[in-house]
Design a protein around this ligand. Structure first.
Ligand SMILES: NC(=O)c1ccc[n+]([C@@H]2O[C@H](COP(=O)([O-])OP(=O)(O)OC[C@H]3O[C@@H](n4cnc5c(N)ncnc54)[C@H](O)[C@@H]3O)[C@@H](O)[C@H]2O)c1
Length: 227
């Protein structure tokens, strides 16, 4: 089940999954809403019979210098990136608890959970919080056989990352080439990440291959944080 605020985009992914022989469905949900996460999980249980795996991927990262950040933007970013992940996890855990079989939750955090990127204080705070939320829920729900882990991506080629890069270029006046070369210099593996790099790490944490792993934050950044 794909829960996204953009239902058309979610349906396009459903079509791709179905075309390759998988089963998928979509539900419209705003992760920043106080009620949509409960509704989306209830709809998932109704249509699919339960929830065994939850991936909290929805996230926004609008470029905004801290001294110019309005309270509404701060609240919206925290509501989507941090509270939304908690509300989805809470609803999923209730369903997992009811079956007695537990489950796996994977939160998509960020290298910004550990290292600020610049002009993203609201985002960095939300992702730092998400890394700690991961550990708190792992400690609390281990007895329910619910594992809670996170993936912390570095720079990944996605539409969202492209939009932030465009904002940074506008604000700094740097050329695309200078910006890209500067960023790549900090990545020991010498390339940007691709969505599949994150999907594979998420699959590991969602699958039985990581049966004895909980409370971990797996950094997938080509080495950015150690360079
Ligand atoms: N791309 C990167 O370099 C990078 C790095 C570190 C972490 N991340 C994290 O990875 C996750 C995905 O990022 P991305 O780069 O693919 O972003 P993206 O903007 O390309 O895609 C984000 C997706 O989330 C959905 N979404 C946005 N707001 C939503 C809301 N309120 N409710 C439900 N769905 C919503 C969008 O419709 C879209 O499908 C985010 O949590 C982001 O913080 C990305």
């Amino acid at each position: 089940m794909i829960a996204d605020v953009n239902l058309d985009a979610a349906r396009r992914v459903v079509a791709q999954i179905v075309a390759t022989g998988g089963t998928a469905d979509a539900v419209e949900a705003d992760a920043g809403s106080p009620t949509d996460p409960d509704r989306a999980i209830a709809e998932t249980v109704r249509r699919m019979g339960g929830v065994r795996i939850l991936v909290n991927n929805a996230g926004v990262f609008p470029f905004s210098p801290a001294d110019l950040t309005p309270v509404e933007l701060w609240d919206r970013v925290l509501a989507i990136n941090l509270r939304g992940a908690f509300l989805f996890a809470r609803a999923a855990a209730r369903s997992m608890r009811a079956t007695g079989n537990g489950g796996a939750i994977v939160n998509i955090a960020s290298i910004d959970s550990f290292h600020p990127s610049g002009n993203l204080a609201h985002y960095d705070a939300s992702k730092g919080g998400l890394a700690m939320l991961t550990r708190s829920l792992a400690a609390e729900w281990g007895g329910l056989k619910i594992r809670v882990n996170a993936v912390a991506p570095g720079g990944i080629n996605t539409p969202g990352a492209g939009a932030v890069s465009a904002d940074v270029l506008r604000a700094t006046g740097a050329s695309v080439d200078t910006f890209t070369r500067g960023f790549l210099q900090h990545i020991p593996l010498g390339r940007m990440g691709e969505p599949d790099d994150i999907a594979r790490a998420t699959l590991f944490l969602a699958s039985r291959a990581s049966d004895y792993v909980t409370g971990a934050v797996l950094v997938v950044d080509g080495g950015y944080l150690v360079a």
